[in-house]
Design a binder for this molecule. Structure first.
Ligand code: T1G
Length: 693
């Protein structure tokens, strides 16, 4: 057996142990499938072998099919065939599930006659998150093993279950904290001579009405999801047709889904997220600095949320305020935030106590002295930040990474104030910091490579999706958002109303449109930023000047009533907008949703092209990850740069030229890179060749 074989074969006491070795996640690519099929045939043929165990190397049993194979011509043997082959074996086959068994990985285990899991194992069928459905028998075997209703939930929602829950469901036969392979081998031997328990032959689908009720609930939960619809169809087949026909139906649905744009976008986003964590241009061998303790400066909403991220990850964190009263308020806000999770049932009191114990409240910057990473989250005011970093530069221990949570300000200027710019960078969290997954890691001109690697590694550890961006106004996300905001203003003056803009964008797939989003953030926030940089926005400024601050005082682009959160169109706003249009000499017109969407999104794409040109972002996928995880871009549309490629850069460029001609706003002219790619009939994806260093 060559050392690099993807499946290792060893026989002990009559048990053939087939161990998958395909790092990093034992994906079931063509080589693994071929080797697995060969090893199964060999085990079946060898007289000395009485039973078979399928095991895996590393901490993952298998991450499923090799997603990079999708969209290419299928290579035999296909996974369903390999699993079907197991079904026919006369010798018992037991899966030793050492870690995550996801997608095809779990389907492989379902094809075995029994499953033994380690306590850390997680089992799931997340194909729905890739715009697919389980395509190797999962829709037919899982319902027969654990019941159609529980199987449907696992497939339609795509979330894994832990070992204990899997045991309770009957998904695994035992949980083994000792020698897993030995336990699986013993279990396999205990099955020798008995009729194999094939999941395909099981019949405990459970009551049909329970399944139909679950199907209705899943359709209501995710109404326009073709994967959910396909999964329901396939599981229903388990009631209505023989196993082989159900498999064929599953296969047909899979082939349809794998080809559609929705799945291509979701698979693209899956890899773009992981690619973003590999810092382009980092010198080979750069190692992150160790981080055992964090400190957060500022116990406000952001600071408290950031401290929670560390506590949630089990990392001790010191929350620092300027006085005891402010600290008290900050800690109380954190405690209350955990309280909401307890009320929702997603956290226990014990977990809250455990996390609160990891957050130490202190007054004064000196408390940051023992932290390995310090994150400043004070008021968004440059002089204040410079003052904090000047002190931190002296207080923080050598090698500590000093991060500012600024949304817009110049990280290089803040770094200079610290006196140790190599340790300084930006870590831009998104509100609420304990919920939003995006983390823009802002690389200063003098940021040391290992400081940058540390911030990215910490970002992953605290369950964020880190994206490295460069220093510029608004970095990546907010800079593109500002471009959208300018066009939103124009559209309002030219004839659209807030509800028109927001409905068009929500129909595109966002959960919230620009006007409702500004109301949520507070119209005073945008007003302060515009004033600081000398920009005007006639409608937004007029709303602010009329005392309309958004949700916080019940009136903004919309009316919210007392403490309300539901945006209601407001005739006062319509009148205000019409007045401003008159003042600008504009005759308002009805604007079609298609035009609204193009005019809100193409300027963002254009700004994204400039961000790539300037090297503020290293890859188009990084920009897409920013928008997917920080601004609610619909995942099934892949991100602004992916979407631009779907539309075609030629059309995007032509529309931008038209917008520029009409508005005389030269910033709407296509960026050089966009123009160049369009002329070469290429897409942004052709730039993604930037390999990880
Ligand atoms: N195929 C190809 N590459 C994969 C992969 C996969 N299934 N899973 C992970 N990778 C790569 C990933 O891009 C990264 O690459 C590296 O492995 C480490 O990943 C027929 C059709 C298993 C829980 O959806 O959830 O089976 O950046 O950083 O944090 O019905 O990976 O290092 O170059 O995420 O330890 C269904 C997807 C597939 C599971 C491990 N399976 N993977 O997490 O590592 S479709 C999934 C994960 C299917 C069948 C259907 C996680 C993980 P690089 P990582 P991790």
């Amino acid at each position: 057996m060559p050392a690099d074989a993807p499946v290792h074969y060893a026989v002990a006491n009559g048990v053939a142990v087939l161990r998958i070795v395909n790092p990093p996640v034992n994906a079931l690519g063509a080589a693994v499938r071929t080797a697995l099929a060969e090893a199964l045939r060999r085990a079946e043929a060898e007289a000395a072998v009485t039973a078979i165990v399928i095991a895996a190397e590393g901490r993952t049993f298998s991450g499923g099919a090799d997603i990079t194979e999708f969209g290419k011509p299928p290579v035999a043997p296909l996974l369903p065939e390999v699993i079907e082959g197991m079904d026919g074996l006369r010798k018992p086959v037991v899966a030793a599930i050492n870690g995550a068994a996801l997608g095809g990985g779990l389907e492989l285990a379902l094809g075995c006659h029994a499953r033994i899991a380690a306590p850390a194992a997680r089992l799931g069928l997340p194909e729905v998150k890739l715009g697919l459905l389980p395509g190797a028998g999962g829709t037919q075997r899982l319902p027969r093993l654990i019941g159609a209703a529980p199987a449907l939930k696992i497939m339609a929602e795509g979330n894994p279950v832990g070992a204990a829950e899997a045991l309770a469901l009957g998904l695994v036969d035992a949980v083994e904290s000792g020698d897993l392979v030995a336990a699986a081998s013993a279990h396999a031997k205990s099955l020798v001579g008995k009729a194999p328990r094939r999941t395909r032959d099981l019949t405990n689908l459970g009551p049909r009405e329970a399944f139909e009720a679950a199907a209705a609930a899943q359709t209501k939960r995710d109404p326009d999801n073709p994967s959910v619809a396909a999964i329901i169809l396939a599981v229903r087949a388990a009631f209505d047709m023989p196993f082989a026909e159900g498999l064929a139906l599953e296969r047909g649905e899979f082939v349809k889904l794998v080809q559609n744009d929705r799945s291509k976008a979701l698979r693209y986003a899956f890899f773009a997220e992981r690619e973003a964590a590999h810092i382009a241009g980092l010198p080979a061998g750069t190692a992150a600095r160790p981080v055992a303790r964090a400190a957060v400066i500022g116990g406000g909403t952001m600071g408290g949320g950031i401290a929670m991220c560390f506590a949630n990850a089990g990392i001790p964190v010191t929350l620092i305020e300027t006085d005891a009263a402010a600290l008290e308020r900050g800690l109380a806000r954190v405690n209350d935030t955990y309280g909401f999770s307890i009320k929702r049932g997603s956290l226990t009191e014990a977990a809250r106590a455990q996390r609160m114990a990891l957050i130490t409240g202190k007054v004064g910057l000196a408390a940051a002295a023992d932290a390995d990473i310090v994150i400043e989250a004070v008021f968004e005011e440059m002089d204040l930040k410079k003052q904090v970093f000047a002190e931190l530069g002296k207080i923080a221990k050598p090698g500590a990474v000093l991060a500012t949570n600024t949304s817009y300000l110049d990280v290089d200027a803040i770094a200079a104030a610290s006196g140790r710019p190599a340790d300084v960078l930006g870590m831009h969290f998104f509100s609420p910091a304990n919920v939003m997954r995006l983390l823009e890691v802002v690389r200063g001109a003098k940021t040391a490579p290992d400081a940058l690697a540390t911030a990215v590694q910490v970002g992953v550890k605290i369950a964020k999706v880190p994206v490295v961006v460069g220093v510029c106004y608004g970095f990546c996300g907010n800079r593109m958002l500002a471009a959208r905001g300018v066009e939103a203003e124009r559209l309002l003056i030219e004839g659209a109303l807030p509800q028109d803009l927001d409905q068009a964008i929500m129909d595109f797939g966002f959960r919230m449109g620009p006007c409702a989003m500004n109301d949520l953030a507070g119209l005073d926030v945008g007003w302060r930023i515009r004033r600081a940089i000398g920009k005007r926005a006639p409608v937004a400024d007029a709303l602010h000047d009329a005392g309309r601050m958004g949700q916080k005082n019940g009136r903004g682009y919309y009316n919210y009533g007392e403490g309300g959160r539901t945006p209601q169109p407001d005739p006062e706003v319509t009148a205000l907008i019409e007045r401003i249009a008159r003042e600008h000499g504009v005759t308002r017109r009805k604007i079609a949703p298609e035009e609204i969407v193009e005019r809100l999104i193409y300027p963002m794409i254009n700004e994204g092209a400039r961000i790539l040109e300037e090297g503020v972002a290293a890859r188009p996928g990084d920009i897409d990850v920013v928008w997917l995880y920080g601004y609610g871009w619909p995942a099934w549309r892949g991100g602004p740069m992916f979407h631009a490629d779907q539309v075609g850069l030629g059309r995007v460029a032509a529309r931008l030229e038209a917008f520029a001609d009409k508005s005389a706003d030269e910033t709407l002219r296509p960026a050089k890179l966009l123009r160049q790619l369009a002329d070469q009939k290429r897409g942004f994806a052709s730039l993604a060749g930037e390999r990880r260093k």
